[in-house]
Design a binder for this molecule. Sequence first.
Ligand code: FEO
Length: 170
Amino acid sequence: MLKPELVEKLNEQITSEANAAQIYLQMCLWCEDLGLAGAAAFFRSHVSEEMSHRDRLVDYMIECDAKVALEAIPAPRADYKDLIEVINVAYAHEQMVTKQIHDLARIALDDDDFSTFNMLQWFIAEQREELMLFRGIVDYIRLSGFDGTGGDEMVNMNKYLAGLSASHAS
Ligand code: FEO
């Protein structure tokens, strides 16, 4: 039996994962509008990934016979200055989600809820991967000298993100 605080927090996390899917889909569409098919594919791959995170939490709640209560998802931001800002916002979002997962793990441990703590290990490892992925992109932007504007560097960045979307599996 999950403690009420954990039920509430896990429900919040379910909404947070669905929210992330919306954010990434809007980022994908922003890239599509600019003809950046590779960058769009990168963000699109994250949409299904976030939905699988949501479903993993829903399934755990069902296993625990806990009540799932879906909440409203805010409209995602639609406009960005350039692709660098999109990447930075995505990276900051993953840092925030990482903190949410760590907070959940702390609550589970404080409650001696080892089952939930065990379930969250997957998310802890996943977030470590996500942070490494986005940190790598930020490093690549710096090393390649990409300044967010068009031209060869934009084409190169688009190709780079396309390669990541092909190699980054959920
Ligand atoms: Fe579900 Fe990208 O965190």
